[in-house]
Design a protein around this ligand. Structure first.
Ligand SMILES: Nc1ncnc2c1ncn2[C@@H]1O[C@H](COP(=O)(O)OP(=O)(O)OP(=O)(O)O)[C@@H](O)[C@H]1O
Length: 765
């Protein structure tokens, strides 16, 4: 069969449509032989043909091009007589996977064989224990009847270990089937890379390829690239090595015979031993020179999937250009016989190693624009040549033939990542893939609690050294998952942090040589595994106490104890002070404390109420609002609105504010108190700072999950209108009553009785 391809034609098969054999190696010789179709090709006549000395990969191609689907073709015979193990064919593949992963799940094989992957979509229930189908609400184990985590079975497939994130899980399963790219946006530690890894397990392993780079005798700077089925690459390289060794042996033998003859002739016939030695030396050097190139003919196995148990998963997060796109090493000896052939200096990038698998890039916006552009080319073309990344290196002169890059990309990050990503790359994913937003919390149901129990079992198994968790320890972790969600009736999905708690608790138990990790260990772990923000926040509160900046008793005019959150899980008390002074020009509201955009806006909203409220001609006044010692990180969000309003009204009216009270709440321009985030942490911070009462928005009442130790220290007062805040916070009954009724008359709630409900402020400070 004739083949029109030239040796320099792109060598790989269309990545979208691999040929049936899965081999897909075109004829690089251009000699018209299409080895793939030559399934009946007979072994070479004498079986001792020399391998192609030019390094032309044609013979390798033939060696691997037999139809691997042919069940009779268990071993292949090269035309040079080398017998190569055929490796696992598609018939063996399922068995290979089972053996390799120890998986009992039929799903893997089914998925790999193109079975109905959609059926795998429903998430896996907890197995290995009795379940009470109708458990009490306070049964934190969700009806599971277990004593320790050891009793639970852990699913084999990673995708079945993913908890919550049902939508993302379904998308990953679908995208694996359709080979679509996915963008996952969400908080850190919610399972983005876990899902990407899980996807690689779902992709068919049979399609995997090895990639070889060969010396190009026509152009040393354009190495040839060939793909072969996974596992063949190693065999080809070994066979070449063996041939090179044999050739060298033959040449050495010949050399020593010639040297012996030369020496004998010189000694016996000429009688000149010195001439003989010189002649032998010349012969030796000539042979060394001739042998020099034989190693150069050994191909470079660029991508080796021989031992890969699943389709490859490559994490290219933060990779520099070379690691992402491949590179060609510099050669200090570029000529004169000492040089390393260019094909041996070629290094694959993550995009090449991820061929037929998954390329995962977290925080994709941190890749430089050039890398993002090249990434896009690799996605579009399905192949990408490797060249030296450093312009001043000899590697930059080398450019390989295109190397396959048929990967599925999973780009991840937070919302910023999406905004700052190369628009064309984003649209590529949008147009040809899926976008998923990862949830931060999930509804607290018995089924979900059972899965959280399994999560603990998974983390214990993953670590491999932690003592199993007792039932009471599991309950304590699930309580913490409820608390960390910050929402009533929900559990947190920030699993990395929760996994950290599991590991610290297990480590404490291990340190004590305990048989099981118990509730005590989890409680100790909660104290020890404080985040940096929590440690900073506690330090902040202590220092303020030292400098008596923290006021938690008496009444002070224009000063209100506000509350803020640092990071995800720690609160601090942040006082707000207000002062009103006659203005030199038109009156202004001046707010200080590194206020970010949203905080500025909230001050403007508060000003609307104050303008309406004040008897004085406020246009002739400057109102100064200070967020006391807000620090370099500044203030974001609008949750200090009721604090600012109370401080300014106190300053305007010269009425004291109760300092044993702290408060948090957003404010509508009509005086309604709106929900904020992080109330639990804020209440705890107020208690730690010595306050005995705290005002929160009524809509947040259901989110309060403070630790038992704070429950007796502080009274939580939910409110729905600013007039209630003043009623609780201000000093002196008479002044207070008149202020409150004035405020009521000018604002009037825009919302129905009973306050408001709605999502927490995304930026709770
Ligand atoms: N949904 C989940 N179900 C079960 N375990 C999870 C889940 N999410 C995270 N984990 C656990 O937390 C670990 C870290 O998660 P992972 O690295 O996937 O998070 P991520 O979203 O990629 O975070 P980042 O963006 O910071 O890399 C996982 O290895 C796993 O142990």
């Amino acid at each position: 069969m004739s083949n029109e391809k030239d040796a320099n034609d792109p060598p790989t098969e269309d990545p979208e449509e691999p040929d049936e054999s899965g081999v897909g190696t075109p004829d690089p010789t251009g000699n018209g032989e299409d080895a793939r179709d030559d399934g009946a090709r007979a072994p070479a006549d004498d079986g001792v043909d020399e391998p192609d000395d030019t390094g032309d990969p044609a013979s390798d191609e033939e060696a691997v091009a037999d139809d691997p689907t042919d069940p009779d073709n268990s071993d292949e015979v090269w035309d040079d007589g080398i017998v190569v193990d055929d490796g696992p064919g598609p018939d063996d593949a399922g068995a290979g996977r089972e053996e390799a992963t120890g998986a009992t799940s039929e799903g893997v094989t089914e998925a790999n064989e193109g079975g109905d992957i959609d059926e795998l979509g429903s998430s896996v229930e907890v197995e290995g224990a009795d379940i009470d189908e109708d458990p009490d609400e306070d049964d934190l184990l969700g009806g599971l009847k277990i004593d320790t985590t050891a009793e639970l079975e852990i699913p084999d497939r990673l995708v079945d270990q993913v908890i919550g994130q049902e939508h993302a899980r379904d998308v990953i399963i679908k995208a694996a089937k359709q080979r679509r790219h996915v963008m996952m946006i969400g908080s850190p530690g919610t399972g983005k890379s876990m899902l990407a890894k899980a996807m690689s397990e779902l992709l068919p392993k049979e399609e995997l390829q090895d990639v070889l780079v060969y010396h190009n005798p026509d152009d040393g700077n354009k190495p040839k690239v060939r793909t072969v089925p996974a596992g063949k690459g190693d065999q080809i390289v070994d066979a070449h090595r063996e041939e090179a060794r044999k050739r060298n042996q033959m040449r050495s033998l010949l050399m020593w015979i010639i040297i012996a003859v030369v020496l004998g002739y010189a000694l016996i016939i000429v009688g000149q031993i010195l001439v003989g030695i010189i002649a032998a030396g010349v012969v030796y050097l000539v042979f060394r020179y001739l042998n020099r190139g034989s190693d150069a003919m050994i191909p470079n196995l660029l991508v080796n999937n021989g031992d890969t148990k699943t389709a490859p998963f490559r994490d290219a997060t933060g990779a520099h250009a070379g690691a992402l796109l491949g590179d060609v090493r510099h050669d200090p000896f570029q000529s004169g016989g000492m040089e390393t052939p260019s094909h041996d200096r070629v290094e694959a990038g993550a995009i090449h190693k991820a061929n037929k698998g998954v390329l995962f890039i977290d925080e994709i916006n941190t890749l430089d624009i050039r890398s993002q552009q090249h990434l896009m080319t690799a996605i579009q073309e399905g192949e990408f040549s490797i060249t030296g990344q450093s312009e001043r290196s000899s590697g930059a002169m080398v450019q390989t033939e295109p190397v396959p890059t048929d990967f599925v990309m999973i780009a991840a990050g937070n919302l910023d990542a999406m905004e700052n990503m190369h628009p064309a790359l984003r649209s590529r994913i949008k147009g040809y893939g899926y976008e998923v937003y990862m949830e931060d919390t999930i509804e607290d149901t018995p089924e979900m609690r059972r899965k959280y129990v399994r999560f603990i079992a998974q983390e214990v198994a993953k670590d491999g050294r932690l003592p199993e968790f007792s039932a009471d320890a599991i309950e304590e972790v699930i309580l913490e998952a409820k608390r960390r969600s910050g929402r009533k009736g929900h559990l947190t999905l920030l699993f990395r942090n929760l996994g950290g708690l599991v590991r610290v608790a297990g480590d404490i138990a291990r340190g004590e040589d305990a048989e099981l990790t118990t509730r005590e260990h989890v409680l100790q772990a909660k104290g020890r595994s404080r985040s940096i923000e929590q440690q900073l926040a506690d330090d902040f509160i202590e220092r303020r106490k030292d400098y008596e900046l923290q006021v938690s008793d008496g009444y002070v005019v224009g000063r209100v104890n506000g509350l803020a959150v640092m990071g995800e899980d720690s609160g601090i008390m942040l006082p707000v002070m207000a002062e009103v002074a006659p203005s030199q020009g038109p009156g202004e509201v001046i707010a200080t404390g590194q206020l970010k955009e949203m905080a500025q806006e909230s001050v403007s909203n508060v000003s609307a109420i104050i303008k309406k409220f004040s008897d004085e001609n406020i246009s002739e006044m400057d109102i100064h609002i200070q967020f006391v010692q807000a620090g370099q990180q500044g203030v974001d969000g609008d949750s200090a609105s009721i604090t600012v309003a109370t401080a300014v009204i106190s300053a305007l009216e010269n009425v004291g504010v109760d300092q044993s009270l702290a408060m948090t709440g957003s404010l509508s321009v009509r005086g309604d108190v709106l929900p904020v985030g992080g109330v639990t942490h804020k209440i705890e911070a107020a208690a730690k700072a010595g306050c005995t009462r705290v005002i929160i928005p009524q809509a947040n009442e259901q989110d309060v999950m403070i630790e038992d130790e704070y429950k007796d220290m502080i009274e939580v007062i939910p409110v729905s209108h600013i007039s209630e805040v003043l009623d609780i916070a201000l000093e002196g009954e008479a002044e207070k009553d008149s202020l409150v009724s004035r405020l009521k008359s000018i604002t009037g709630s825009a919302l129905k009785e009973g306050g408001v409900s709605g999502p927490s402020s995304p930026s709770p400070q």
